[in-house]
Design a protein around this ligand. Structure first.
Ligand code: ACO
Length: 311
């Protein structure tokens, strides 16, 4: 019977039908979705921190408005994604508990510091650029609630990427010192952005099953290559240099070839040993504790309203 259900499920996936929360699904499908969606939600929430660092120090009112809006969007993305995960039978409290206990993964990229204003440009351009490359195909994910959440998220990410690129352009066309800042930020964010796509295809534990289930549409290496191909000409337009001496265009394949990624650095970050891992979790714990009174008040308010409704 299980085999028949599995077969029917795969037929639906192959026919591009969306799988909805009440539909039968293999336990592994549910588990991998909870894993991926919750990691994605945590990434959005932790991702507010490196940029939040600059909200009070944005150089102009216009830049501050854009940065505030972007950081708020990320908070919103985290909330949609926790809701999408909840449709799979896990609670948001449980997921947040795993994050605060240091047991949950979130994107490696958010464990790097943002020492200069140019980092805000580099994050928008490269980090959000990489996020879009990875997330646009997720709009066609087989699981309905995740796919639908991704549509709005991708529209907002696209605005984030443009604000970052425009910021980099202003710096790259500014004073020599501003251009140096932009180059320095590119030097620091380039390789970590390539790592965002995850381990190489041979090392990726979940890829083949998740592609068969149409959660993933492209492999980690395919998306990484697309990102490099799209981004190198953008760097050229800025007049900045990608920090990779092995980078070259292969006219035969139509793709850029690039140097080897330092997977030791990636693995260390995943183990919690990146430059900011501890600081990020500390900041989330403090935010959770400081927000306790809001949660308590909301629960008390809901209970009161329910009592009124019963009367
Ligand atoms: N940072 C941290 N962990 C990572 C990263 C990364 N950049 N890339 C891969 N991993 C982890 C995986 O989560 C997995 O860990 P687990 O088995 O303990 O859960 C392990 O490394 C092996 O990787 P894969 O087998 O390749 O995992 P998967 O098929 O899930 O692919 C990917 C990873 C591409 C990140 C996928 O989960 C995905 O598309 N997620 C949704 C997008 C997302 O989370 N983006 C977050 C950053 S963008 C932003 O927030 C602005």
């Amino acid at each position: 019977d299980e085999a028949r259900l599995q077969g029917r499920f795969q037929e639906r996936v192959d026919a591009e039908e969306k799988i909805e929360p009440r539909d039968w699904m293999p336990e592994g499908y549910r588990r991998t979705l909870v894993r991926q969606i919750s990691q994605h939600a945590h990434s959005e929430i932790v991702g507010m921190l490196p940029e939040g660092n600059w909200v009070t120090r944005a150089p102009t009112l216009r830049r501050k408005v854009a940065l505030l809006a972007k950081v708020q969007d990320e908070g919103g993305h985290g909330l949609y994604l926790y809701s999408a995960a909840e449709t799979l039978g896990v609670s948001r409290d449980e997921l947040v508990g795993q994050l605060l206990a240091g047991k949950a993964k979130y994107s490696s990229i958010f464990n790097y510091p943002t020492p200069t204003w140019a980092d805000i440009g580099a994050i928008g351009w490269l980090v959000d650029g990489a996020a879009i490359m990875n997330q646009v195909p997720l709009c066609r994910c087989s699981y309905g609630p995740y796919a639908r959440a991704m549509v709005r998220i991708c529209r907002e990410e696209s605005f984030h990427q443009r604000q970052g690129y425009e910021l980099m352009l202003a710096l790259a066309q500014g004073t020599p010192e501003q251009k140096r800042m932009a180059q320095d930020a590119l030097n620091r964010w380039w390789w970590p952005s390539l790592m965002m796509f995850g381990p190489s295809d041979e090392q990726s534990a979940h890829s083949s099953q998740n592609m068969a289930w149409k959660i993933k549409r492209f492999s980690n290496d395919e998306l990484r290559q697309r990102f490099v191909d799209a981004t190198v000409p953008q760097a050229e337009f800025l007049g900045l240099t990608i920090p990779d001496p092995e980078l070259r265009f292969n006219a035969g394949t139509g793709h850029y070839e690039f140097g080897a990624i330092d997977w030791t650095e990636f693995n260390e970050i995943l183990k919690g040993n990146g430059p900011c891992n501890r600081e990020r979790i500390e900041a989330r714990r403090k935010a959770w504790d400081d927000g306790a009174w809001v949660r308590e008040a909301a629960v008390a308010h809901a209970a009161k309203r329910q009592q009124c409704a019963l009367k």
